[in-house]
Ligand binder design. Structure first.
Ligand code: TXA
Ligand code: MG
Length: 320
């Protein structure tokens, strides 16, 4: 196992040091309930530009702001009763809102990629919340991986992908949810899901009593990079929806449910939450097995978190 020298554990001193880095315009990777984020002061365009550079991410892909108190929301976003009710119910948690920006503070232009809207969330992870509070500013953070690669769910994943491009990596253990947030556009009368994620569409519909529409977007002009056809990709080709009897000898088989012959099983009991939590780590393990040329994955049902899992693996398996 490789060891990395910029990973720091959860101590008050380390959080304080990380907050100072954020305040001074540096980059800190930190754990959230969904995946690890690569953070910078939302109001510092130079620091935000460093996020895009470290990831190799095109600047037309806007970033999510992370806040630790609902009171921060009206500071830069236009809120309404629906947004506040959703925030009170689901935050902190795996849900991101897209809202209209309040006044067009130019220092937020890069975070928002020039769009009139801003994406905001409150992560459900004590280290993330402490870091944001200690920093005293919202933290802009995409997932802490190179553009198009697999999102990180451990501090070691971050270090192996971004290494010394990040000033400090806070280690909060493996992410409990394992897939990114569900993104809901609240700028229109109907709620529109821009990205399936850690909170099921059903849970939002049940709470609001309203239907959530699904955005199909334009894959070549995505408003979310997660909408690119190829994304979250392992280094070797991957086939999805493969029944156990059709797995080839040169394939690393990631199973789901009661299947035989799986090298790894996302959830032997067929639990979608457990499967989401394992997904990215298992894809990383699979791509690192040199004796296999490809990855094959079992079919995953399309309900609850299955929507987010199928979305990620469809993009991960896309052949250009
Ligand atoms: O779980 C998560 O959401 C993680 C953790 C670190 O919080 N973050 C994450 O960030 O997945 P990222 O950058 O990989 O994906 C953020 C998504 C992008 O697809 C982006 O296009 C979308 O949010 N987004 C951000 N601002 C937006 C806006 N103003 N309008 C529409 N989409 C927006
Ligand atoms: Mg990402």
């Amino acid at each position: 196992m490789m060891t990395y020298n910029n990973i720091y554990t959860d101590t008050p001193e380390n959080i304080k040091r990380a907050a100072q880095i954020i305040q001074n315009g540096g980059l800190v990777a930190f754990p959230t309930d969904t995946v690890y984020g690569l953070g910078a002061n939302v109001y510092n365009p130079k620091a935000v530009a460093a996020i895009f550079a470290a990831k190799g991410r095109p600047t037309f892909d806007p970033l999510i702001s992370h806040i630790a108190e609902i009171d921060f929301l009206p500071e830069y976003a236009q809120t309404d009763d629906r947004a506040i009710a959703l925030a009170k119910h689901f935050w902190p948690g795996p849900l991101t809102f897209v809202l209209k920006r309040k006044d067009n503070n130019p220092s937020l232009d890069l975070v928002c990629s020039g769009l009139p809207n801003i994406a905001v969330r409150m992560p459900n992870h004590p280290m993330a919340l402490r870091l944001i509070k200690e920093s005293g500013v919202p933290i802009a953070a995409p997932s802490a991986n190179k553009f198009k690669c697999i999102s990180p769910t451990t501090a070691e994943h971050v270090a192996s992908g971004l290494g010394d491009k990040v000033d400090m990596i806070l280690d909060g253990g493996p992410c409990a949810i394992g897939v990114e947030t569900t993104i809901i556009d609240l700028t229109t009368p109907n709620m529109v899901m821009l990205r399936a994620g850690g909170l099921s569409k059903e849970a939002i519909e049940e709470f609001t009593g309203e239907k959530v529409l699904i955005s199909h977007g334009d894959p070549n002009k995505p408003s979310a990079p997660g909408q690119l056809l190829k994304h979250y990709a392992p280094r070797i080709p991957m086939r999805i929806n493969v029944p156990e009897q059709e797995v080839c000898d040169d394939e690393f088989f990631i199973g789901f449910g009661n299947v035989k012959g799986a090298h790894l099983n996302l959830s032997p009991t067929g639990d979608l939450q457990e499967a989401a939590a394992h997904l990215f780590a298992y894809m990383r393990l699979a791509e690192s097995q040199s004796e296999f040329k490809k990855i094959a994955m079992s079919p995953i049902p399309m309900s609850g978190l299955g929507l987010a899992i199928n979305d990620r693996i469809k993009r991960a398996s896309y052949q250009e």
